[in-house]
Design a protein around this ligand. Structure first.
Ligand SMILES: [Zn+2]
Length: 457
């Protein structure tokens, strides 16, 4: 069944109530959604060929209007500004990282952008001082963000009349709007949207959630876990919730389980980054994510630059197809993800990500040098109450420090349980020292970082 009829369209023409005629901007998004509903079911080779058509237009533009990209693509044996782009040639383009973009500065942006792509805006990624990345976007890149936000709502059949509440990083304490924002503006009517800063205490967040009693809750996985624990301990979870949407950090299987227990709902996850826009949305039928292949070419590569097979972790390397102002071509995002199965029984042929793992610096390393994404989660270990927050920091081979934020009922004997479980997870005994702290600092973008390899930073 097509999802589009689920959109409660708003007519902009007085007297023309049915069928409704949205205003021009909304109608253009609707036209894109109509295309996305078809392209997500195309045979994969057909969609891959279309991606390359768009990538070629982007790469030609970047080669002609950005000195940094033109220099990076010298000596490849073909001219990206003129020659046809084949899959083999695309794979020869160098992978660039954030360090390269920062060194290139404004030279990595284009001095000319097709005026039809709309007004330019400046933005910045989250990052500690010196690590943030400045970039520009266009109305076209915002338009793709808008279309995919709506696709996410439609895939998960969200009720647009509901109250949406977000707990996220905010420059102020609280926001209150009478609609869901830019994605639905001019297209359909929605319920209200409210937001509270995620830096408020858990007690305050819980009180606010009970007061708002929303239908949709959007927050980061780390905060969702803390809230789930809070409501499991105190009771009185909000009663109307029909959707839990997570974003901004890797969502772990443990957090999914805990949220399901606390709120009686599965979590719907999305993977995006400021500089790239949406990368993947959770499948409506499964826990894995579908790559947004109409907006990005997403590659998962091993340390040698070779595509990883399903089930294996790889670096997330992205080409953003519609940003002609600050092009990103084979950009290493710094994230790692696990490649998913090649097919999904939901009928969509979009590639899948089994799981997003996070930043390379959030891995640990065995003493033989093999990196490892730990499954260790002290919150899941039996008989260890009172652990409020934690972080494992690797100081050297087999040497770790575990920071603990603890409540009154914490039993110091739990530390031995943690040390054994961490060693079992890494497959070798390790030395763990413990330090009780008042709070654990968040990473860039208010991200919770359960693991940090201090050897890598
Ligand atoms: Zn699917």
């Amino acid at each position: 069944m097509p999802a589009l009829p689920a959109l409660p369209l708003r007519s902009s023409l007085p007297g023309a109530l049915w069928p409704p005629l949205p205003e021009a901007g909304g109608a253009t998004v609707l036209a894109m959604l109509w295309q996305l509903e078809r392209s997500e079911r195309l045979p994969r080779p057909r969609r891959a060929a279309l991606q390359l058509v768009q990538a070629r237009a982007l790469i030609r533009h970047a080669a002609r209007h950005s000195t940094a990209w033109a220099a990076a693509w010298k000596g490849l044996g073909f001219d990206p500004a003129r020659d046809a782009l084949t899959p083999e040639r695309f794979a020869r383009l160098p992978v660039v990282d954030r360090g390269w973009l920062q060194a290139a500065g404004t030279a990595a942006s284009c001095e000319a952008v097709p005026p039809e792509h709309g007004a330019l805006h400046e933005a910045e990624t989250a990052g500690t001082t010196g690590l943030a990345l400045r970039f520009r976007g266009t109305l076209l890149s915002q338009f793709m963000w808008r279309a995919i936000t709506l696709r996410d709502h439609l895939w998960h059949r969200r009720d647009f009349s509901g109250h949406l509440a977000a707990l996220r990083p905010l420059p102020m304490r609280e926001v209150r709007e009478d609609n869901w924002g830019a994605a639905t503006a001019g297209l359909c009517d929605t319920g209200p949207a409210t937001g509270l800063s995620v830096s408020e205490s858990l007690d305050e967040q819980a009180r606010w959630l009970r007061q708002e009693n929303p239908d949709v809750l959007v927050t980061q996985p780390g905060n969702l876990r803390a809230l789930a624990e809070w409501f499991l301990g105190h009771g009185g979870a909000p009663t109307r919730l029909s959707c839990l949407r997570s974003t901004g950090e890797p969502l772990t299987p443990a957090i999914r389980l805990l949220a399901q227990r606390a709120f009686g709902l599965p979590v719907e996850d999305a993977y995006s980054a400021r500089e790239t826009g949406y990368l993947a949305l959770q499948c409506p039928r499964h826990g894995h994510l579908h790559v947004q292949e109409e907006a990005v070419i997403l590659e998962l590569l091993d340390e040698k630059g070779v595509a990883v097979p399903p089930g294996a972790p790889g670096r997330v390397v992205v080409t953003v197809l519609h940003n002609f102002a600050s092009p990103l071509v084979r950009y290493d995002t710094g994230d790692w993800a696990v490649a998913g199965a090649p097919a999904c029984d939901c009928g969509r042929t979009l590639a899948t990500l089994e799981r997003v793992l996070g930043r390379g610096r959030n891995r640990l390393r065995r003493s033989d040098g093999v990196p490892r994404w730990p499954a260790f989660d002290p919150w899941l270990l039996p008989g260890t109450q009172g652990l409020v927050d934690w972080q494992v920091r690797q100081q050297g081979p087999r040497r770790f420090e575990m920071l603990l934020v603890v409540g009154e009922c914490f039993d110091a004997a739990s530390r031995d349980v943690f040390a054994r479980a961490l060693g079992a997870d890494l497959g070798e005994p390790c030395e763990v020292t413990f330090r009780v702290v008042d709070r654990i600092d968040r990473g860039p973008g208010e991200r919770r970082e359960p693991f940090i390899d201090l050897q890598a930073s």
